[in-house]
Design a protein around this ligand. Structure first.
Ligand code: FAD
Length: 458
């Protein structure tokens, strides 16, 4: 049996955690190879011309921009210019404009040339088709904007500490968590104020504390119940008395994504006094170590995305609908084989997440729509993130989870097409989100070892 003390993070006595860590050790090299060495998977399109935050007005005192975040640092003016949040948050490296629809129509074989740097095969980077369909969990990047955004290098813009903090960041996270108020909520009525985010006040914030406390209680409960070698699916927790499974899953996805972002910023942290980039154990302790539920949610996300990737594998290998580099068969074959290396490894643990348990009772279809709409709102909220780099990774990961949910819940159904046609943006986001979780798990293991050492020494 797996007896975990309330302070424990991940116990090796728990097969579910160690199973995922073992799987990660197996998958990670192939995943790093895919995301770090192929043009297709190392470039992502993001709308740099700050789409207006659709939920609140930056000028009415509800601050959502970087200037406000900077103000919250005590002595920003004492910090060298290059280490300031405004600099750290900027995107770096060459960019290329997305060729608009008319340009694509004129030159269907060859997209407009951008400026992505030497050795980057642009045919492996640009995307032609980006129409929305109603199975999408995310708002496609070009939904309302005339500009389709720029392609940026993910390698040149690693997810790490940027200094983005304060009221602006807090407001976005609060709004994201409030999207968890499903109509069937058994939580206080005052918290479930519908989806007009701007109308939500302090009452909704109390809700967050309630659900977080409930989450912590539940994870401890779950941890007590884990049996060795129990597949991780057991921990999706079907039988929460006061909360439906779907709502619980929504919360876990968000919280796990938040935990992964926190892990990266703590792991790749800038000491703004010395200018050194290094892991920050105190940051990890404050944001993750003290909150086993957050780490559990991150592992949960790893299981969920693993399942989506495994499900996608056979389609990528059997169908040529997926072209990775148009006009460059060699690169196309190389990229495809690297994708296959990841999907095959992700398939090595059976039944890691059982999506068939969700959306199946009487309210299934409407609940699913609610779930999808709320996830779309989370995706829109990324336009309220006031730091370019954070927005890049926030958008990418939201699209990554949205894609995983689409693969899990929208394909293989009787009325769905046999082949999940995913946009380039979705594929890139899905695999890079997987890579984010993968490196978060590795970092957490290292952090844990550091904490143990510190505890031994004291
Ligand atoms: P925050 O992380 O802002 O958390 C706010 C509150 O949410 C906490 O007080 C806690 O109650 C709760 N909470 C925290 N973690 C969890 C969790 N896992 N599950 C449930 N509840 C939780 N900063 C960077 O340096 N680099 C980045 O790349 C970056 N990307 C970001 C992307 C997005 C979309 C957003 C909104 C912010 C990003 N930030 C980034 C800012 C960063 O996430 C924090 O907001 C910032 O560091 C301030 O941290 P904090 O300690 O105030 O708590």
């Amino acid at each position: 049996a797996c007896a975990i003390s309330p302070r424990a993070i991940v116990s090796d006595a728990c097969a579910s955690y160690s199973t995922l860590e073992r799987l990660n050790r197996n998958v990670k090299p192939a995943l790093d190879e895919l995301t770090q060495t192929t043009d297709f998977f190392s470039h992502y399109r993001v709308n740099l011309f700050h789409k207006k935050c659709p939920f609140w007005n930056d000028e009415n005192g509800m601050c959502g921009n970087i200037a406000c975040a900077v103000e919250t640092l005590d002595s920003e003016e004492d910090i060298p210019l290059v280490w300031r949040a405004s600099e750290l948050g900027k995107l770096e490296g060459p960019r290329a404009k997305h060729p608009g629809k008319s340009a694509q129509a004129q030159q269907p074989e060859r997209p407009l040339q951008g400026r992505l740097g030497e050795g980057v095969g642009e045919s492996c980077v640009f995307e032609y088709d980006d129409e929305c369909d109603d199975r999408d969990y995310c708002v496609p990047e070009d939904e309302s904007a005339s500009s389709k955004g720029d392609y940026v290098s993910l390698l040149r813009n690693p997810e790490r500490f940027t200094g983005y903090a304060g009221d602006g960041a807090k407001q976005v996270w609060d709004a994201i968590y409030r999207e968890n108020c499903f109509s069937r909520s058994s939580f206080p009525r005052s918290a479930a104020l519908g989806s007009d985010l701007s109308a939500k006040g302090p009452a909704a914030m109390d809700f967050k504390a309630v659900i977080e406390a409930a989450g912590r209680q539940q994870v401890l409960e779950e941890q007590r119940q884990i049996q060795p070698l129990t597949p991780f699916v057991a921990k999706t927790g079907l039988e929460y008395e006061d909360e439906c499974l779907e709502k619980r899953v929504f919360y876990r996805v968000i919280s796990g994504m938040h935990a992964s972002i926190s892990t990266h910023l703590c792991w790749d942290f800038l000491n703004q006094t010395t200018g050194e980039w290094q892991p920050n154990v105190a940051c990890y302790m404050d944001r993750l170590h003290e909150f086993p539920d957050r780490i559990s949610n991150l592992y949960f996300n790893y299981a969920l995305i693993t399942r989506a990737i495994a499900k996608l594998g056979p389609y990528v290998s059997q169908h040529q609908d997926y072209t990775f580099c148009q006009g460059d068969p060699e690169q196309d074959a190389i990229t495809r084989s690297k994708v296959m290396a990841v999907t095959e490894k992700a398939t090595s643990v059976a039944h890691i997440f059982d999506e068939s348990l969700m959306f199946k009772n009487g309210e299934g279809p409407s609940l699913k729509e609610d779930f999808r709409n709320r996830f779309r709102n989370v995706s829109r909220l990324m336009d309220c993130v006031g730091c370019d780099k954070c927005r890049l990774w926030g958008k990418l990961q939201t699209v990554g989870y949205g894609t995983a949910l689409k693969v899990l819940f929208e394909f293989d159904n009787n009325d769905a097409p046999a082949v999940p046609i995913l946009k380039r943006t979705e594929l890139v986001a899905l695999f890079n989100t997987y890579a984010r979780l993968s490196s978060s798990m590795t970092a957490i293991q290292e952090f844990r070892a550091m904490v143990e050492q510190i505890e031994k020494a004291s």
